[in-house]
Structure formats: C-alpha cells, structure tokens
Design a protein around this ligand. Structure first.
Ligand SMILES: Cc1cc2nc3c(=O)[nH]c(=O)nc-3n(C[C@H](O)[C@H](O)[C@H](O)COP(=O)(O)OP(=O)(O)OC[C@H]3O[C@@H](n4cnc5c(N)ncnc54)[C@H](O)[C@@H]3O)c2cc1C
Length: 274
C-alpha cells in the first residue's frame, strides 16, 4: 500500500471495478480495497443473461474477468477489509487492517451488507468493541476478550490475540449476540449465556457502511446519493448495490462509472481552488 492515492475505492465487485477503470482512464492514482471476489454477490450468480455484451456467463466467470481487468488497469488492488474512512482536513484516511493510507476522494462500492449490527455493537464501537485485532489487540494484553466470527479471519485474529497474552473466548455459533456494558463494553451475551469480558472483537467479512464513514446518510436500505452518485459527505461517492435497489449488474456498473467521473471532477476542482 502507498501512503497516498487520488481515489480509494472500497469494494472490488462490478461497481468498484467499473469505477477503478474510469478513474485510471482519467489518470488518477487509484487503489481498490477489496475482500476476495468470492464474497461478492456476483460470484454466487449461476448464470447472467441480462448484461449487455455477454450472452451468458456464470458469476464466477465474470468475476475472473473483472479481477483480470482490474489487474491490467494500473489500479492497485489492496486485499483486505476497509475498517474506517476518516475525514482528515480536506482529505480522507482509510484504515485497512493495521495499515493506513490517505486519499482525496473515496468511492464506496461495498455491495449489500446483509448482516445487521448486533445490539450494542454500534454503541460500544471504540469503547471496548473493535473490528481489528492487530490494531487494538495490545490494549487487551493479559485480559479476557471475546472474538465473534466464524470465518478464517476471525480464527486467525483469535490466534493472534492468544499469542499476545489475551484469554480468548471464541464465539462462532450462537444464534444471537448482544454487547452490554457501562461506559465501556464489559459483557457479551451469546445465545442464552452471558460472559464477562474486557473487550470484544467482531470479525465479519464486511463493515456496515454507516460505521465505515461517520455521518453518512443512509435510508431505505441504501446510501443516499444524488444522480452524480455524491453522498452527503463531500468527497465521498457511492455506487452499486450499496446505494439500494435494483440489485442488478448493469446498474452497479453504470453507477461505478458515474461515481468515478464525479470523484475525478471533485479532485480536479479542488486542485483548481488551490
Ligand atoms: C444469486 C444471485 C444471482 C444474481 N443474478 C443476477 C442476474 O442474473 N442479473 C443481474 O443483473 N444481477 C444479478 N445479481 C445481482 C448482482 O450480482 C449485483 O447487483 C452486483 O454483483 C452488485 O455489484 P456490487 O459491486 O455493487 O457489489 P458486490 O458484487 O457485492 O461487491 C462488493 C464487494 O465489496 C466487498 N466489501 C464490502 N465491504 C468491504 C470492506 N469494508 N472492505 C473491503 N471490501 C469490502 C464485498 O465483500 C464484495 O466483494 C445476482 C445476485 C445474486 C446474489
């Protein structure tokens, strides 16, 4: 990862790749932060027959083409999960795991987050709840933490926390979780059981977009944008399923293109103002 890019795109599905190709065509340095393509909606589609120019192809086949096109575009692919986008002056800081980069504009192309926040997750985020073991683990050395998540990354993070001296409660199977506490989180309810903890690490594939960018307008299942795919946060654009229905490839690709053109225009205008 470099220290700085013109544009950082979060999500490497069709919306994110479409945005990246246009940003590169406009000469902008571009990074795409993306989970593996297996996590995209497209990967799960058996046969796509309504995308112009493709008679019929499986989601996996189109994902492989997108990965290749992204690789050849000159955009940098950063494999991982973006954890936060923080406005810093007139720019943005993007955290990916324990790494960090700056950019002038951000395009959210994170698809749909089907997982809802657990009760207490949003309230205690940053106050005993964390999404990143490598970033915050040291704060809990010698203490008891819960790791909630059933994927490979959750298991890896639990191993890491144990290796630095935490007592780790691995929570993979409960039907419901709730985080409770006072000023800080101190209890996890997993199913019917209550556990006293000093910290909670929640490791899902995605981070809810409303938690990713503070103050982002979200309504009716999507990030609110105008027709230029601008969100209410200047410099932050959004495209694809994360902006709401219809959940369709052609709409996602089109919005990715418009979001990229708007992001490039935003950066050019900022340059002129200098
Ligand atoms: C079974 C199925 C069949 C479908 N069939 C059709 C069809 O026939 N025709 C059609 O037009 N559409 C179809 N769709 C819908 C289509 O697949 C979606 O509309 C399209 O893939 C949306 O693209 P996207 O780029 O917005 O999101 P996605 O493809 O979901 O990509 C978003 C990516 O961003 C990643 N991401 C999210 N958060 C982060 C983060 N914090 N950090 C890093 N990466 C992150 C996700 O893991 C994911 O890989 C189908 C969908 C499904 C599930």
């Amino acid at each position: 990862m470099k220290e700085r890019y013109d544009v950082v795109i979060i999500g490497g599905g069709i919306a994110g790749v479409s945005a990246a190709l246009t940003c590169r065509n406009r000469g902008k340095s571009t990074a795409v932060v993306a989970n593996s393509s297996e996590t995209s909606s497209l990967y799960k589609a058996e046969a796509i027959t309504n995308y112009p120019g493709i008679l019929s192809a499986s989601g996996r086949e189109i994902c492989a083409l997108l990965d290749r096109q992204l690789e050849e575009s000159g955009a940098e692919l950063i494999r991982g999960r973006a954890l936060s986008v923080m406005p810093i002056g007139r720019e943005f800081g993007v955290a990916v795991g324990s790494e960090f980069c700056m950019c002038s504009a951000v395009i959210l192309a994170a698809g749909i987050t089907r997982e809802k926040l657990y009760p207490g997750e949003g309230e205690y985020l940053g106050r005993g709840v964390s999404y990143c073991a490598t970033c915050d683990g040291m704060l809990y050395r010698g203490k008891t933490v819960a790791v909630i998540g059933s994927g490979e990354e959750a298991s890896h993070d639990a191993d890491f926390l144990e290796s630095i001296g935490c007592t780790v409660l691995r929570m993979t199977k409960a039907l419901r979780y709730e985080i409770r506490g006072g000023l800080k989180a101190n209890t996890v309810v997993a199913g019917e059981e209550e556990h006293k903890v000093d910290g909670v690490f929640i490791i899902k594939d995605t981070v809810s977009v409303t938690k990713l960018v503070p103050g982002l307008d979200y309504a009716e299942g999507g990030i609110v944008t105008d027709r230029q795919m601008r969100t209410n946060v200047p410099g932050v654009f959004a495209a694809g399923d994360c902006t709401g229905k219809p959940y369709q490839l052609a709409k996602a690709a089109g919005e990715g293109n418009v979001a990229a053109l708007s992001a490039c225009a935003y950066i050019d205008n900022k340059e002129k103002e200098k």
